[in-house]
Write a protein that binds this ligand. Structure first.
Ligand code: GAF
Length: 392
């Protein structure tokens, strides 16, 4: 499956903007979705993550307004232009898709950027929604970047990511971490982003599987998930309770070498013990993957991905039969590694394969889904792509 690049659709998006709003946009911007290679549910524990950007992007044509009005339109969603007054934007006042872009405008203005006096926005996206590939972050970041450029706010990628996270947490009401927004804003083509979510320090790690005869397949199970439902929040609250009981600011502060002692201290709090064990071991897995990639031993990351999946399935308990079936089938068919990626409860899995085995493994997964009576999965190769940018 190839995906239309943002640069290729920029002219069409600009034309549609003109039809809708009667003037030319001042520019066109793009922000990508992501897959996370390793480091799941560590970001709201101040831990480590390692996502890379996909070629799938959300593209926005934008122009400023001076009358305190925000107009939003999406080519992908039924309905016309939505018009909002900036003064009326209020947290948790909107349950629809417009909460994401409106939340970004609210967060920017709430942070003191009251120079923003309105905007017309037309959007289109190739990031699948509900697939665990960060369509929400792409939508937030593309709007934030466009306004940052047009209103000359001078904010850096990581600062935009923080504001977009605030939009999602406070305005939309989904208690997510900072990984997805930072991935969309800061990733670079050909690299995975090793991110410390405590201080947002970053390292771009070269990740060119094609050069090594491998591929990372992304398998969208088509089981839709959402972060604003209770399960994500429950895991987050459990982690915070675990940190409080262990007397640390965040679970990131529990050293891997002291995991057993920490688990003993949690006594018979079985559920908290499982959450803590996942987060502490997952941070260690991220560090292990980084050092394997840096030492050129890319194939050896496969078993680490598999360990990560087991931990998400058994300790964090956020997998589902479809994700487990992808992982088990792919491994049985010769994959080097596989795991669920993203928030869980559906969405996508990633599968590391020798390029020559791509078709066999894809077919095995498709057949297993058909036999199980599941909806056919969508499979594509995840190519590490550019982060958010202006395209015209
Ligand atoms: C979702 C969230 F948005 C991220 O912040 C992160 O917690 C992820 O789930 C799990 O690693 O994508």
């Amino acid at each position: 499956m190839s995906v239309a690049g943002a640069e290729a659709v920029a002219a069409t998006v600009a034309e549609r903007f003109e039809e809708l709003y009667g003037t030319e946009p001042e520019g066109v911007w793009a922000a990508p979705g992501r897959v996370n290679l390793i480091g799941e549910h560590t970001d709201y524990n101040d831990g480590f993550v390692m996502p890379f950007a996909l070629p799938h992007t959300t593209v926005a044509a934008v122009a400023r307004r001076t009358d305190g009005v925000l107009r939003l339109h999406s080519a992908d969603i039924e309905g016309g232009v939505v018009e909002l007054r900036l003064d009326d934007l209020a947290p948790e006042s909107d349950r629809g898709w417009t909460a994401y872009p409106a939340g970004v405008v609210w967060a920017l203005r709430d942070a003191g950027h009251t120079v923003i006096t309105g905007a017309d926005v037309h959007l289109t996206s190739t990031v699948p929604t509900g697939a665990g590939l960060s369509s929400s972050a792409a939508l937030e970041v593309v709007v934030a970047l466009a306004l940052n450029d047009l209103y000359e706010l001078g904010l850096k990628g990581w600062q935009l990511a923080r504001l977009c996270q605030r939009a999602e947490n406070v305005y939309v009401g989904a208690p997510t971490g900072i990984m997805d927004q930072t991935a969309s804003a800061c990733c670079e083509a050909g690299h995975a982003l090793f991110l410390d979510t405590r201080d947002l320090s970053q390292k771009q790690i070269p990740f060119d599987l094609a050069a090594e005869g491998m591929r990372l397949l992304v398998v969208d199970t088509q089981v839709k998930h959402a972060h604003s439902d209770g399960e994500y929040g429950k895991r987050r609250a459990g982690c915070e309770k675990g940190a409080a009981l262990l007397d640390v600011d965040a679970l990131r502060d529990v050293p891997y070498a002291e995991l057993d002692t920490a688990l003993e201290r949690l006594g018979d709090e079985e559920e908290l013990r499982r959450l803590v064990r996942h987060v502490v071991t997952e941070n260690e897995r991220v560090e292990r993957v980084v050092s394997l990639l840096e030492s050129g031993d890319t194939r050896a990351i496969g078993p680490v991905l598999v360990e990560g999946h087991a931990s998400l399935r058994d300790d964090f308990r956020i997998s589902c039969p479809e994700l487990d079936l992808v992982v088990d089938t792919a491994l049985a068919a010769g994959a080097l590694g596989a795991r669920m990626t993203g928030g869980g409860f559906g969405g996508s899995a990633i599968v590391l394969v020798d390029a020559a085995d791509t078709d066999t493994i894809t077919k095995a997964v498709e057949e297993a889904f058909a036999t199980a009576g599941f909806t056919a999965p969508r499979v594509f190769t995840g190519v590490p792509s550019a982060g958010a940018r202006r395209v015209s």
